[in-house]
Unconditional design. Structure first.
Length: 263
């Protein structure tokens, strides 16, 4: 059984604005320790990690109010990757004229893990992101007369890169990645509105040190073209993970010192 773990990194707000509340800082360190402990314990049992970083919403005035929409965004990204066709009950056999590249769970697992010589298979740490664009004007829902829009897929790729789930991520450090385009059938046929899959593939390969990109195209019944991406890194290549690890070690050292004093 293949296992993908979704790991959540706590927001460490004192790196943005220094906290005047020592209890808040200690709570942040403790959350970092919990997150690091969970990730390291799971590392030997999972095939890959998708990292969700709460630092991404920590800049908001009311961070707690953002959790619901942030969770919905992450859930939509994951659902698009693993069950988009099933959720919309689309049978690709109904479109025999289309033969798009397909992504399955094997591709996702390959994109999320590393096979190191001498060390065997190890989980990677991935950031996930999604961008979408509507294919017609609002008026078209009432009077379906206007033409469908041509979608700037390169713009979608850049937007998805900006909406990654890990804060301060450097895509130039990415080892491998995956991209799934979902579009109505008419956008997969050769025409003036057909999507530019080549441009997306070039963008993704450019942001892969291994030149490894898993590209797939899937159908949707919605008037929407979406791009969902995974960028996979080694643990050491993610600054936020290293920051959480350092905070966890600091908390552990403080706890040991406090225990020694009390004893």
């Amino acid at each position: 059984v293949n296992i993908i773990a979704v790991g959540v990194l706590p927001a460490t707000r004192r790196n943005i604005v220094r906290s005047s509340n020592q209890t808040e800082d200690e709570s942040s360190d403790r959350q970092a320790w919990n997150a690091n402990y969970g990730l390291m314990r799971l590392k030997d049992f999972v095939d890959g990690f998708i990292i969700v970083d709460n630092q991404r919403i920590s800049f908001q005035t009311n961070m707690e109010a953002m959790y619901l929409s942030y969770n919905d965004y992450i859930a939509t990204c994951i659902a698009d990757l693993v069950s988009g066709l099933f959720l919309e009950r689309i049978d690709p056999r109904q479109y025999p004229e289309l033969n798009p590249p397909v992504i399955d769970m094997n591709d996702i697992m390959t994109a999320l893990s590393f096979d190191h010589k001498g060390r065997g298979k190890e989980p990677g740490f991935a950031s996930i992101g999604r961008a979408s664009a509507i294919t017609c004007d609002l008026l078209n829902y009432i009077l379906p007369l206007s033409k469908n829009k041509k979608i700037d897929t390169l713009m979608l790729a850049r937007l998805a890169a900006k909406k990654q789930s890990i804060s301060n991520i450097n895509l130039n450090e990415c080892e491998k990645n995956l991209a799934l385009i979902r579009a109505p059938a008419k956008y997969l046929k050769k025409s003036e509105i057909s999507i530019n899959t080549k441009g997306i593939e070039e963008f993704m390969v450019k942001n892969s040190k291994l030149n490894e990109c898993h590209l797939g195209v899937s159908l949707t019944k919605r008037n929407l073209v979406s791009l969902t991406t995974l960028f996979t890194f080694e643990k050491e290549q993610i600054p936020r993970l290293n920051e959480v690890i350092n905070l966890a070690r600091s908390y552990e050292d403080k706890s040991k010192n406090l225990a020694n004093i009390e004893s």
